[in-house]
Design a protein around this ligand. Structure first.
Ligand SMILES: Cc1ncc(COP(=O)(O)O)c(C=O)c1O
Length: 360
């Protein structure tokens, strides 16, 4: 990765708007999200727990940063010309970020996604002008996996790129030069631990690398991992890659392999925490009830992990995690009694919070 003093064009485009403090379009408004002090959880643990409000990015998720960085990198390298087509395999949020950037830059956007993803995300992609192909959710080793289908589709077209979010390290780089430095500045360098779950691994690797370097190794970087992912075992066993088993209702996180993005940092992780769905669903409702935050399930996994990490590091410790996106994209599932019960999660919501599950 390049040096942290080099700002990505996201930052430069902000500064290039003349005679005002305005930012330049969609691309200029990505990043610089608030860091939220989570008061109830901090008081409960005697620590300081913070969530980086990535749901405030203009496309609504942490993946806007990766989408901008990957496309700017492709443009710089001449891999795509005006009027070209951008093809990606994505569980949703990267596709949404890319669809926005494609509109802003005049590209066509084609998305392949596993057919297990929420209807809200599919609808939104189509509203943003993307062509969407939901395909069977099969393992990476299967040629019908959504990533391989996206790659093949792009290879058959003129002036098209497969953006390859999992193994294109322009993804982690976005976090190394923007999310990481923002967190460092917002905490004034007082950060004992950072933890988050991974999909591509871009956020964890990019932020982790920056914070570890900037703190001279003082800040611990931990992985949070849901059921159905192999990475908890990989990290805690020192590199043992097991068969994927089990599952999770969370979307956008959990992985069956070490991607190139995660690979840039995986050996420098301090440790890993396994976070089951029950804990995440309970936290999702608690965050709504006590902090007024309406976040998706990967954010809830992250906050459960931040609390566990803070407890491990001891009273007074300062821990940061990522609030990846809002619950709007999943509400027909996460706030439906029927859906939660059919996924064995009805019992996960404390009785006093069941009032929020207002959908049938
Ligand atoms: C909701 C959500 N949370 C977390 C992540 C994981 O981020 P990363 O791909 O940087 O590991 C994603 C990735 O798509 C996501 O959509």
């Amino acid at each position: 990765m390049e040096s942290s003093s080099q700002r990505i064009d996201v930052q430069q485009s902000r500064e290039s708007v003349t005679n005002s403090n305005a930012v330049n379009g969609f691309i200029g408004s990505v990043g610089n999200t608030p860091l939220i002090y989570l008061e109830t959880l901090s008081e409960l643990t005697g620590c300081k727990i913070y969530g980086k409000a990535e749901f405030q990015n203009p496309g609504g998720s942490v993946k806007d940063r990766a989408a901008v960085s990957i496309l700017q990198d492709a443009e710089k390298k001449g891999r795509i010309k005006p009027g070209g087509t951008v093809v990606e395999g994505t569980a949703g949020n990267t596709g949404i970020g890319l669809a926005h950037v494609c509109r802003a830059r005049g590209y066509k956007c084609v998305i392949f996604m596993p057919n297990t993803q929420s209807q809200e995300k599919i609808n939104l992609l189509r509203m943003l002008g993307a062509e969407v192909y939901p395909v069977p959710a099969v393992p990476y080793e299967d040629p019908l996996n959504y990533n391989h289908q996206a790659k093949e589709y792009a290879e058959k077209l003129e002036n098209a790129i497969w953006t390859d979010q999992f193994d294109n390290t322009a993804n982690a780089y976005a976090h190394y030069i923007s999310t990481g430095p923002e967190i460092w500045e917002q905490t004034k360098g007082e950060i004992d631990g950072f933890v988050c779950a991974t999909g591509t691994g871009g956020t964890l690797a990019g932020v982790g690398k920056y914070l570890k370097e900037r703190s001279n190794g003082r800040t611990q970087i931990w992985l949070a991992d849901p059921s159905g992912s192999v990475l908890y075992e990989y990290v805690t066993s020192g590199g043992n890659l097991i068969e994927r088993s089990g599952s999770s209702v969370t979307e956008g996180i959990g992985q069956g392999r070490v991607t190139s993005n995660l690979g840039t940092f995986v050996n420098d992780l301090t440790g890993a925490l396994h976070i089951p769905d029950e804990k995440a669903i309970s936290m999702l409702y608690q965050l709504l009830d006590t902090e007024g935050l309406y976040v998706g399930s990967s954010s809830a996994v992250n906050v459960v992990a931040a609390v566990e990490l803070a407890q491990k590091l001891g009273k007074g410790s300062k821990v940061v995690t990522i609030l990846c996106d809002g619950a709007y994209r999943y509400q027909s599932r996460l706030f439906s009694k029927k859906w939660l019960e059919s996924n064995g999660l009805g019992h996960a919501i404390p009785d006093s919070l069941k009032k929020y599950a207002v959908l049938d």
